[in-house]
Design a protein around this ligand. Structure first.
Ligand code: NAD
Length: 360
């Protein structure tokens, strides 16, 4: 990826950041230190806060609504860090004005919101990227490359663990477009599954009476996925773990920083082997881990979690007006289909193709 420091020359995408909230302060504005982009304006319904953010982050202007910003600022793109209820309307408004759109997760509260954005994007000819950071983080990129190399054969199972708290009253949550953690954070692991294995054919949720759940997915490739909603686990240690098991090896990702690739071909001798280091280095497991000694870019959370990468991909697509490869609205649609199907499951399998009918 192309890192461009603020003092370096080069083409820059002119961006309006919409939503001067907590997350934007912590994780979105800091990314602009490393992007080929310039924040020409910020915007928030809380105009006073927008003005403070503009001053603090060096934006040229502050506005109280997207409408005002679209009239007042000369921009190529908007970056939305607002919320799933507002993202589709704001995205459609910006696309209609001829701007590229990046948005934070969740992109919408339902599939219908994504469909509206797809229609607006297709009409505008502009680009849209959804910031599904799990698809952009370095460990996922490495897993994707390893699987695409073909040496592992077919993916058989993908499992993931993430504390979420799956709602008890799924159909009601969906009908009333309620904001729950299943929406706010469930889309994180779902986007990981969809990015690596594609759109599942069906989903079944087995929810514990006491909270927590196993969310089982079957993929067209024949792979099976299981997301363990580990609700209730302590926040004191690592929260996430993913494991991808293939025909000829497996990959384990812990805490989004430690990736172990158990390569194909490691020798195994059950009865006579007396050395666990059996075999040569060429088949031994590979471990990627982050050093926290030197002040490099890649040990900063905004790089480890994929924030800079998702925005860099957007900036590159915006500058060239070329379609994104990661975080597409089509990927977002599959994620939101999983979100809806899971809410409707109540212990029974739901086919994603049946969602339209079920939601009538
Ligand atoms: N990827 C991640 O790890 C991560 C982490 C936290 C939050 N998020 C996402 O970031 C987004 C923002 O979350 P947050 O915690 O900063 O919320 P927040 O409530 O702190 O900020 C949202 C801001 O948007 C403003 N806003 C609301 N409607 C608006 C409109 N129509 N026009 C302009 N501004 C408007 C609000 O006034 C508020 O300042 C959400 O989508 C959230 O899910 C992502």
């Amino acid at each position: 990826m192309a890192i461009q420091f603020a003092h370096e020359d080069g083409r820059r995408l002119k961006v309006v950041v919409v939503g001067c909230g907590n997350h934007a302060y912590r994780s979105i504005f800091p990314c602009f230190d490393y992007l080929a982009a310039e924040i020409v304006a910020v915007c928030d319904l809380d105009r006073a806060r927008a003005q403070k953010y503009a001053q603090h982050f060096g934006a040229g202007a502050a506005y109280g609504s997207l409408k005002e910003a679209l009239t007042g600022a000369k921009a190529d793109a908007v970056v939305l860090s607002v919320g799933p209820k507002q993202h589709p309307d704001l995205a459609c408004e910006a696309l209609a004005a001829g701007l590229h759109v990046w948005m934070e997760k969740p992109p919408s509260v339902d599939v219908a919101g994504i469909d509206r954005m797809i229609a607006a994007r297709n009409k505008s000819g502009k680009q849209v990227v959804v910031g599904f950071k799990k698809a952009f983080m370095p460990v996922t990129r490495r897993i994707k490359e390893a699987l695409a190399g073909g040496a592992f054969g077919q993916t058989r199972t993908i499992s993931g663990r993430f504390p979420l708290g799956f709602p008890e009253d799924g159909p009601k949550v969906l009908a009333e477009a309620k904001y729950t953690n299943w929406l706010g954070n469930g889309v994180h692991p779902l986007s990981f599954f969809v990015h690596l294995a594609g759109r599942p054919e069906g989903i079944t949720v087995h929810r514990s009476k006491h909270g927590g759940a196993f969310i089982v997915m079957n993929f067209p490739s024949g792979a099976t996925g299981c997301l363990h909603d580990a609700a209730g686990h302590s926040q004191s240690g690592a929260m996430e773990r993913y494991e991808i098991v293939c025909e000829k090896g497996h990959l384990v990702c812990e805490n989004n920083v430690r990736l172990t690739i158990h390569r194909p071909g490691a020798p195994f001798d059950y009865t006579r082997g007396c050395d666990f280091t059996l075999g040569g280095d060429e088949t031994a497991a590979i471990v990627y881990d982050v050093q926290h000694t030197l002040s490099t870019l890649y040990n900063k959370a905004i790089f480890i979690q994929g924030f800079v990468q998702e925005l860099e991909h957007f900036v590159a697509c915006g500058l060239e007006n070329k379609p994104p490869e990661i975080g597409t609205l089509e990927e977002a649609r599959a994620v939101m289909e999983c979100y809806e199907a899971a809410l409707l499951s109540e212990g029974k399998p739901v086919r994603l193709d049946d969602l339209k009918q079920l939601r009538k």
